[in-house]
Design a protein around this ligand. Structure first.
Ligand SMILES: Nc1ncnc2c1ncn2[C@@H]1O[C@H](COP(=O)(O)OP(=O)(O)O)[C@@H](O)[C@H]1O
Ligand SMILES: Nc1ccn([C@H]2C[C@H](O)[C@@H](COP(=O)(O)OP(=O)(O)O)O2)c(=O)n1
Length: 289
C-alpha cells in the first residue's frame, strides 16, 4: 500500500501516475477519506486497468492521505456458500465485476435440471429418470449466464416451483457427481468466484478465500418477497425457505454447511455494498503487491 499525502488535485494525479508507471497490476484501488471521494476522475489517471475508488474501507484512517494499492488478478478462487436469499449471487456478480474475475453460479445448474424435469413431467423421486434428463444436457456459460443445449434459460429457472424442485434433484449423488465434475472443470486455471451450497466444502476444498453468507429466514424471505418474481405471499416464501434450508442442510451428500476455514458473514444488518466491501477487503488483504 502506498500512502500519498494530499496537497492539491493535480499533484495527487501526478503522484499516482508516477507511482503506477511501469508497474504490473490489474486493479488500481484508491482509498480516500470520504470528503475527498468526489475529486477523482478516472480519465485523469493514465491506466486502462480497472479503478476502484473507496471512501469507506479506510474509515479508521480518516486523515488527509490517499492510499493506493495495486492488485494482481492471478489465478485464485473464492467460494461463497450460504442458504437461499442470503445474497450470494448478488454479491458474487458485483465482486466478479470489480475484481474482473469469472463468476460461476452453481445453483443455476441444479435449477436448469429441475426446470427440464418439471417441463418433461419427470418423477422427481426417481433418480434414474432425473439422471436421464441430465445425460442429455450440454451445459455452457456465456457471460456467466447458463445455456443448456444452446438455450439461455434466464428467469424461467427462477420461479418458486423450480427452486423447490432444484433442492430435491440436488439431493441425488449421481446428479451431484456429474455437476461437480463440470464445475471443477470450469473453475480450473482461472481467477473465479463461485457460489452454491458446497463450493467451499466440496467443489473447491482448497479455495484461496472462503465465505459463508447467512441471514435469518425472516430477512431472507422479506428480500425474496420484495423481488416479486412470482405472486407468492410472504408467508409462503418464508415456509418454503425454511423447508429448503432443512432439505439443503440435512441431505446426505454435500449438505450446506460452513467450511471450517470460511469467513462467516451475517447480512441481517448489512446492505449489499457493505457485504461486498467486507469480502473485497479480505481478498485484497492477501493479494496486494
Ligand atoms: N445485504 C443485503 N441487503 C438487502 N438486500 C439484499 C442483501 N443481499 C441480497 N439482497 C437482496 O436479496 C435478494 C436475494 O439475494 P440473492 O443474491 O438472490 O441471494 P442468493 O443468491 O443467496 O439466493 C435479492 O433481491 C438481493 O437484491
Ligand atoms: N452448489 C450447489 C448449489 C445449489 N444447490 C441446490 C440447493 C438449492 O436449493 C438449489 C438452488 O440453488 P440456488 O443457489 O440457485 O438457490 P438460491 O438462489 O440460493 O435460492 O440448488 C446445491 O445443492 N449445491
Amino acid at each position: 500500500m502506498k500512502k500519498i499525502k494530499y496537497e492539491n488535485e493535480s499533484k495527487l494525479y501526478d503522484d499516482i501516475n508516477e507511482y503506477i508507471k511501469d508497474k504490473n497490476f490489474d486493479i488500481l484501488l484508491i482509498s480516500t477519506p470520504r470528503v475527498m471521494k468526489e475529486i477523482f476522475d478516472d480519465r485523469l489517471i493514465k491506466t486502462n486497468k480497472n479503478i476502484l475508488i473507496s471512501s469507506r474501507m479506510l474509515r479508521k484512517n480518516d486523515d488527509d492521505n490517499v492510499y493506493i494499492e495495486l492488485i494482481n488478478n492471478d489465478v485464485y478462487s473464492v467460494t461463497v456458500d450460504g442458504p437461499s436469499g442470503s445474497g450470494k449471487s448478488t454479491v458474487c456478480k458485483l465482486i466478479s465485476n470489480i475484481l474482473n474475475i469469472e463468476y460461476l453460479d452453481t445453483g443455476s445448474m441444479y435449477r436448469s435440471l429441475a426446470y427440464f424435469c418439471l417441463k418433461e413431467n419427470i418423477n422427481l423421486e426417481d433418480e434414474e429418470e432425473v439422471m436421464h434428463v441430465l445425460n442429455n444436457f450440454e451445459i455452457t456459460f456465456e457471460s456467466s449466464k447458463i445455456k443448456v443445449n444452446g438455450e439461455f434459460l434466464r428467469d424461467k429457472i427462477r420461479t418458486n416451483d423450480v427452486s423447490m424442485a432444484a433442492s430435491k434433484v440436488s439431493t441425488y449423488y449421481s446428479v451431484r457427481e456429474r455437476l461437480v465434475e463440470i464445475q471443477r472443470q470450469i473453475a480450473s486455471n482461472k481467477a473465479i468466484i463461485i457460489d452454491g451450497r458446497d463450493a467451499g466444502t466440496n467443489i473447491l476444498k482448497n479455495a484461496d478465500y472462503k465465505f459463508y453468507l447467512d441471514a435469518s429466514p425472516e430477512v431472507r424471505a422479506k428480500r425474496r418477497f420484495n423481488e416479486q418474481k412470482d405472486d407468492s405471499s410472504y408467508e409462503t416464501i418464508l415456509k418454503d425457505i425454511k423447508l429448503r434450508d432443512e432439505q439443503d442442510k440435512n441431505r446426505k451428500y454435500a449438505p450446506l454447511k460452513r467450511a471450517e476455514d470460511a469467513v462467516y458473514i451475517n447480512s441481517d444488518d448489512m446492505n449489499i455494498d457493505e457485504v461486498v466491501e467486507k469480502i473485497i477487503e479480505i481478498i485484497r488483504g492477501r493479494n496486494v503487491l
